[in-house]
Ligand binder design. Structure first.
Ligand SMILES: Nc1ncnc2c1ncn2[C@@H]1O[C@H](COP(=O)(O)OP(=O)(O)O)[C@@H](O)[C@H]1O
Ligand SMILES: [Mg+2]
Length: 270
């Protein structure tokens, strides 16, 4: 995956060069804004039973930063991921990814956009049981119409980078939980997305396996210049992220690790 192929080679109002040090890839490019939400509001139901799942949320994510999305159950984390994942639409306000306002995409455009620019990682992996690790990883490329040989080559490269090189021909039920989540991570990156959305990616893993998956997600996210938003209850995940976006009752609140995007986007990994 060369730099010129990257979908995030845009530079809307990015800050000046080298906002905070970091590796050479981070230094040579300003941190492009990948996601911008303005007064994003989602109300489910109406009248007495209306639930304000998101309440005027403003946020920005930049290329190469890993952000923990925290808050108690019911605070709106999944709703935000669903809207950014084009699986739901805002009631008011806007969510923009790569200059596409998501609420304006029709179903077909949303599906193309999702496959081209987004990667997903779920708590329960969501691998296709009848496909090998290699086929699972390559699947988003095949769905995007890319040639099989190209998808297989990218899949093999990503599998190597997540430490699954020897297990490419295994089926999901022949892999441990940590290995399955590494397949899901490689799959999420197959089409060089601009944004990876992860909903409790360590929630079904033991501490060691969860830590490995997070280390890989952070390392590969930075290598690929991807913005990563991770909904989590896991303090280790929040601690490993560049910063935190905390929600309470659908509103953004100051979490302990809140910070300005540009301050952290290019920070060296801990
Ligand atoms: N499809 C839906 N219909 C009605 N209410 C919903 C729906 N999805 C979520 N909610 C409500 O929105 C609020 C936020 O939920 P959610 O985004 O799932 O929170 P979290 O992921 O932080 O646990 C909750 O009160 C939840 O019950
Ligand atoms: Mg949730």
């Amino acid at each position: 995956m060369s730099e010129s192929d990257s979908p995030i080679d845009i530079s809307t109002d990015a800050p000046g060069d080298d906002p905070g040090g970091g590796d050479s890839a981070q230094r040579t490019r300003p941190q492009a804004v990948v996601v911008r939400c303005e007064q994003l509001t989602k109300i489910y139901g109406r009248g007495d039973i209306a639930t304000r799942a998101l309440d005027r949320v403003d946020l920005e994510l930049r290329a190469g930063e890993v952000v923990a999305l925290t808050g108690p159950s019911g605070s709106g984390k999944s709703t935000l991921l669903h809207i950014l994942g084009t699986m739901d639409v805002p009631t008011s306000g806007s969510a923009t990814v790569l200059d596409h306002e998501l609420g304006r995409l029709d179903d077909e455009a949303a599906s193309v956009f999702r496959n081209r620019h987004l990667g997903f990682i779920f708590q329960f992996f969501h691998l296709v049981p009848s496909l090998t690790a290699r086929e699972n990883i390559a699947l988003p490329g095949r769905l995007a119409g890319r040639p099989r040989a190209e998808c297989d080559a990218v899949a093999a490269d990503l599998a190597r980078r997540v430490g699954l090189g020897e297990h490419l021909e295994r089926f999901p039920d022949q892999l441990s939980g940590g290995q399955r989540q590494r397949v899901a991570l490689a799959r999420a990156l197959l089409n060089s997305p601009a944004l990876v959305l992860a909903d409790e990616p360590t929630g079904n893993l033991d501490h060691a396996a969860g830590g490995e998956v997070m280390d890989l997600l952070i390392r590969l996210g930075k290598e690929e210049g991807v913005a990563v938003l991770v909904a989590t209850h896991d303090p280790a995940v929040t601690g490993a992220a560049d910063r935190e976006i905390a929600l309470l009752d659908g509103c953004r609140v100051e979490g302990p690790r809140a910070g300005a995007p540009a301050d952290h986007a290019a920070a060296p990994r801990r």
